[in-house]
Each structure stands twice: as C-alpha cells, then as structure tokens.
Ligand binder design. Structure first.
Ligand code: AR6
Length: 187
C-alpha cells in the first residue's frame, strides 16, 4: 500500500529490512547500541563488523532517540539506530518514547540529506509493544513529519510477516479514510 503525503511517498511492504535499497535503513536497537537479536542481529550480520565498530565509538543512545552510522556491506548507505521503549502497560510514556524514536530517525535523515528511509516496526518484537498501538504511533509520527518536511521523498515500512503488514495496512487505511486526515490532501 502507498499513499502520498505532501510531496512524499509513504509505503508499506512485507519483507526483510536488511535487503532494502533505500539510502538509509532503521535499526530497532537498544540503548547500548552493541547489537542484539531480531532486526538488530540481522542488520549486523548482513552489514558486517564495521557497523558495530561505529556503534562502539558512539557509545550508546537514550530510549526515544536515534544515532547514525554507515551501512557497512548493506545496500543502504546508512543505518539509523533507533531505540524504542520496552512496553510495560502503556502508561510509562511508551507512546512518546516510540514517537521520539521515529521522529529522531527522520531528523537524522534530513540532517544527512537522506531522501529515502526504510523502517521496521520498532519495539514490536522483543520489546513487546502491541502491533496495532505501535502502528498508530509509527504512522502518525511519520505522517506529521512528512507534512512538514518534503525533503524526505520516501518512507517505507518493511513489515516482517503477513500479520504485521495487515495491521499496518488497516491502520493506514483508517487514517486515510476517516476523520480530519481526509482533509489534509492525502491521495
Ligand atoms: N526485517 C524487518 N522486520 C523484522 C526483521 C527483518 N529482518 N526481523 C524481525 N523483524 P525486534 P524491538 C520485526 O525484536 O522489539 C534486539 O535484541 C519483528 O517481527 O527486532 O524494538 C535489540 O538489540 C518485529 O515486528 O525489535 C533490542 O534489545 C520488529 O521487527 C531489542 O531487540 C521489531 O522486533 C529491540 O526490540
């Protein structure tokens, strides 16, 4: 599924983030930036040791923020390491922190003149964020950013498995077809 927001394209695909040919891919990292399982493990395996070396030099990242490294052997030239929250009960600022992880990633992309970015569904694996609630935060945050920043030409969500894709698609369709968003010039 694809929508146009302002002059940018927001796209949902089912697939593997490590294979994307966008200028940057986003990693679902942890505050140490020293690697882990899930998307993080897959990106470091596919990209090689250079990425970890750069992460070590950065020295960590607070939850709700992001840091940038090169892409090592990946097709993507950059990896943006975003740290989402561990989900507890939804009352520990999880939505704010998750929005912060997306927003900071996009700010880093703008600052580095990156025009195309691929995101995984941050926090929805090991960190336990419910998929639908996470999709609402992710899509709302990216929509808000793109409304004010047409220098980012394309944002692609790369969802792992049919279930995640379908949840994101349902949330995006609802955002597009209902409420005030209808008036914002989405096509
Ligand atoms: N491409 C796209 N999405 C993927 C891929 C892939 N190759 N592999 C998994 N997913 P997770 P988190 C999906 O656990 O919840 C690490 O250990 C997965 O199905 O990677 O933010 C870090 O070091 C899920 O929907 O990230 C942290 O300690 C989503 O990506 C911790 O996990 C995110 O799952 C971060 O946990």
């Amino acid at each position: 599924m694809k929508v146009t927001i302002n002059r940018s394209v927001l796209e949902l695909v089912e697939g593997d983030i490590t294979l994307q040919d966008t200028e940057a891919i986003v990693n679902a990292a942890n505050p140490s930036l020293l690697g882990g399982g899930g998307v993080d493990g897959a990106i470091h395996r596919a990209g090689g040791p250079q990425i970890l070396e750069e992460c070590k030099a950065i020295g960590g990242c607070p939850t709700g923020e992001a840091r940038i490294t090169g892409g090592g052997r990946l097709k993507a030239r950059y990896v943006i390491h975003a740290v989402g929250p561990v989900y507890k009960d939804g009352r520990q600022r999880e939505p704010d922190l998750l929005a912060g992880a997306y927003w900071s990633s996009l700010e880093l992309a703008s600052r580095n003149k990156i025009k195309t970015v691929a995101f995984p569904a941050i926090s929805t694996g090991v960190y336990g964020y419910p998929m639908e609630a996470a999709a609402e935060v992710a899509l709302t945050t990216v929509r808000r950013y793109l409304e004010g920043h047409s220098e980012i030409q394309q944002v692609r969500f790369v969802l792992f498995g049919r279930m995640s894709y379908e949840v994101f698609e349902r949330v995006l369709r609802t955002m597009k077809e209902t409420g005030p968003l209808k008036k914002r010039g989405w096509t």
